[in-house]
Design a binder for this molecule. Sequence first.
Ligand SMILES: Cc1cc2nc3c(=O)[nH]c(=O)nc-3n(C[C@H](O)[C@H](O)[C@H](O)COP(=O)(O)O)c2cc1C
Length: 232
Amino acid sequence: MIRIAIILGSTRPNRNGAQVADWVSSVAATRTDADFELIDLRDHQLPHLDEPLSPLLGRYQNAHTQAWARTIAGFDGFVFVTAEYNHGLPGSLKDAIDYLGAEWANKAAGIVSYGVAGGTGAAFQLRQICGQLGIADVSQQLPLNLRFEFENYSVFKPTAAHAVGLNTLLDQLIAWSTALAPLRAASSVSSEASSEVTSEVTSEVTSEGSSEGSSEGSSEGSAERVVEPAGR
Ligand SMILES: Cc1cc2nc3c(=O)[nH]c(=O)nc-3n(C[C@H](O)[C@H](O)[C@H](O)COP(=O)(O)O)c2cc1C
């Protein structure tokens, strides 16, 4: 069965996002063609990106990154529930995405956004990011307007029409997550094949990068040129 994570990107106290993500989960729960799980970034406590190596290498050193990688690797597709902050996506969601590489690739995503103008600025940014990571973002989008679809900008009032729109998004998401399964299988095989090379390059990078700031940038850059992980 296809597994879809509903990722709640806002970690703010008093956030509206939890109502939206709970609603997405409740609509998703009526379906039998995929398994859905709500992933709340608050539960993962990721600091600002603190990995010494590029996620392109897949050599995560911190326990919180390894746990996050295991979580994301277990899914075939994602619904990003995103707020809009200053016409962009929340930093918490951007950081959580930036932590990983191959765990996102060859999977599909749908975007549910909300904001004063439906969160479309955040959604467009997210689509650019998806392109870079090899995530196939489906066309159906759910922009929820805080003025018209939330009472007093704070109580989400979903209608039957919203559920129809969301189900269309989930139809597309499940179809693409399923269609990409052979690519995911092929890339995990080639990941294994290249892991030896990757590990050699990484140890070279680590030994070159003796002090934090000075040599890290150039050695990491050369590693990325030498090894392009599968599925990107
Ligand atoms: C720092 C900040 C910046 C915001 N910038 C925008 C914006 O550019 N466009 C918009 O439509 N709403 C903006 N808003 C309003 C948010 O869309 C609204 O507060 C929403 O509830 C945020 O999601 P959250 O409550 O789940 O964190 C902003 C809110 C915050 C806190």
